[in-house]
Design a binder for this molecule. Structure first.
Ligand SMILES: Cc1cc2nc3c(=O)[nH]c(=O)nc-3n(C[C@H](O)[C@H](O)[C@H](O)COP(=O)(O)OP(=O)(O)OC[C@H]3O[C@@H](n4cnc5c(N)ncnc54)[C@H](O)[C@@H]3O)c2cc1C
Ligand SMILES: NC(=O)c1ccc[n+]([C@@H]2O[C@H](COP(=O)([O-])OP(=O)(O)OC[C@H]3O[C@@H](n4cnc5c(N)ncnc54)[C@H](O)[C@@H]3O)[C@@H](O)[C@H]2O)c1
Length: 468
């Protein structure tokens, strides 16, 4: 016998979970959301928001240093950390709780676990157990957790993970970072700008940001080295130890060592499926929870998964997009409505989600890289352009360095992917997202005239390079 019967139960109140709640309640269904920590999830308190708050001063330092006549004062790290604290509401989720209550939806504090068909058992911090039964759907939105690589001595050395870096109280003078992906690059640069004077990245692969076009990683590596961040490529960490005085020593595969006050491990994330009761639906919980394009677990009539847990794209905006699809699908199915609407299927993940890396230079990209497009068998043509030659970019500051690359499907004359690297390119990517997802033919794109003198004139230059 359930303690609570409700239309929809969502496990995890991160951005993905909260958006499902929003959509199903708007559609007139009742909903309970289970959260074991803070309503708002990783993104609001430990990931996107604090990291971007810590990166913003570095962005401005870059801007100011590129314009003659402006003077850069010393960075007051404590003021930056205070603004970060404000941005994460001092780890208080009161605002989110109020929002959930107002929807209205029911927030159940505690650990959620599948315990039967359409059934979630919530165990509160005080041991209280509540059994909730969903009439229509259970949605898993528990996010992801950092991967801990199997390196000798690593766990004993008590390394930092992304949460420690984003909620930092005292910036370490010497920082070692394991990994060369997004978290590693963003947090290395943020902490370096706030006083981590000796920062070293230990990167297994041959480039930073291994999933984007190589030129973007190269531009970033160049900027890192110019600012004094040490990048060690093609190298493995073999052993880690922490001495009594707190110094962490990382022993590398070439016999050298890196000494630091803290070691940040940023080697990817895995879906948060531990103790979620996935065996109830015959899943082993070893990888992401696979879903179809309606976000439902194949073979189940009632179980859905959105956000990081399904492994499609570990990005807040894509988790929220999946949540909109999922919430609307659940509502349509509950009401017996037709599902013949494009908004009821996730196609956005398939095109390749847009992503911005908030480093200096920023990197923004959408769609396929050249390599991915070729591997998929497209008839590819590539155009590239040096963004320093765009008037709008030149006016942003002296020595502007940036590059853009477009991957064209020659058969259909549409864009398959676009990548920008350079200061301020975050805001360029949405135009690219529209062009790529809407498959705008290049000869139509030609008539979308960018304003002068904006950096957006890069679009004109790319099309001219193409031959229009
Ligand atoms: C340092 C860092 C920076 C990032 N920056 C960006 C960025 O700038 N832009 C971007 O798009 N993405 C960014 N990301 C990725 C982004 O944070 C995630 O994609 C996003 O948080 C995923 O949302 P989610 O709702 O799936 O999961 P989460 O945000 O992880 O939320 C899951 C929630 O479920 C709860 N939960 C877990 N298990 C249970 C359970 N059994 N019972 C009850 N509750 C449970 C958790 O406590 C949590 O609140 C960043 C990630 C990191 C690590
Ligand atoms: N601005 C943003 O949108 C943003 C910012 C931060 C994080 N995120 C998301 O969070 C997710 C996690 O980020 P991340 O940087 O942890 O993962 P990632 O997958 O981007 O990078 C992981 C890095 O660790 C390396 N690595 C993996 N195993 C290793 C090992 N055993 N030893 C040494 N190196 C190893 C990889 O080669 C890679 O360089 C990403 O998928 C990203 O989408 C997004």
């Amino acid at each position: 016998m359930a303690d609570l019967e409700i239309d929809v139960v969502v496990v995890g109140a991160g951005p993905a979970g909260e958006n499902v709640v929003d959509r199903v309640v708007r559609a007139g269904l009742t909903c309970a959301v289970v959260e074991k920590h803070l309503a708002g999830g990783e993104c609001s308190y430990y990931a996107c928001i604090p990291s971007k708050a810590l990166l913003r001063p570095m962005d401005l330092i870059g801007e100011v240093s590129r314009v003659p006549g402006l003077e850069l004062g010393p960075v007051d790290a404590s003021a930056v950390l205070a603004r970060r604290d404000e941005a994460i509401s001092n780890l208080d989720d009161g605002g989110q709780v109020e929002w959930i209550n107002k929807l209205p939806a029911t927030l159940l504090r505690g650990n959620g676990r599948l315990t039967g068909e359409r059934e979630v058992t919530v165990t509160g911090a005080d041991g209280t157990v509540t059994v909730v039964r969903a009439r229509h759907a259970v949605v898993l939105a528990t996010g992801s957790v950092p991967v801990v690589p199997p390196i000798e001595g690593l766990a004993e050395a008590k390394p930092w993970f992304s949460r420690d870096a984003t909620t930092v109280r005292k910036v370490p003078g010497r920082l070692a970072v394991l990994g060369g992906g997004v978290v590693a690059c963003e947090m290395a640069q943020a902490l370096h700008s706030l006083g981590a004077n000796e920062t070293t990245l230990i990167v297994r692969g041959g480039q930073l940001l291994g999933r984007v076009e190589p030129f973007a990683g190269e531009l970033l590596a160049e900027a890192f080295s110019k600012s004094g961040i040490n990048v060690r490529l093609n190298i493995e960490a073999e052993r880690v130890e922490r001495a009594a005085d707190g110094t962490v020593t990382v022993h590398l595969s070439d016999g050298s060592i890196v000494e630091a006050d803290e070691l940040l491990v940023a080697t990817g994330r895995r879906p948060a499926t531990k103790d979620l009761g996935l065996d109830v639906v015959g899943l082993d919980g070893k990888g992401p929870v696979e879903v179809d394009d309606s976000m439902r677990v194949p073979g189940s009539e009632w179980l859905y998964a959105v956000g990081d847990i399904n492994g499609r794209n570990l990005l807040t905006h894509m988790g929220k997009y999946q949540a909109r699809v999922c919430g609307d699908v659940i509502a349509a199915r509950a009401k017996g409505e037709s599902e013949d609407r494009s908004a009821l299927r996730d196609t956005g993940d398939g095109y390749g989600a847009p992503q911005v890396v908030f480093t200096d230079p920023q990197v923004s990209a959408v769609g396929r890289t050249e390599t991915a497009a070729r591997d998929e068998g497209f008839d590819v043509r590539v155009v590239e352009y040096d963004m320093a030659n765009v008037s709008g970019a030149y006016l942003l500051g002296d020595g502007y360095k940036g590059r853009a690359k477009a991957v064209v499907d020659e058969r259909r004359k549409v864009l398959l992917g676009v990548t920008f690297a350079g200061p301020g390119v975050a805001e360029l990517v949405h135009a690219a997202t529209i062009a790529v997802t809407a498959e705008v033919p290049l000869d139509k794109l030609w008539h979308a005239v960018p304003s002068f003198p904006t950096v957006s004139e890069i679009w004109l230059r790319l099309l001219e390079e193409y031959g229009l």
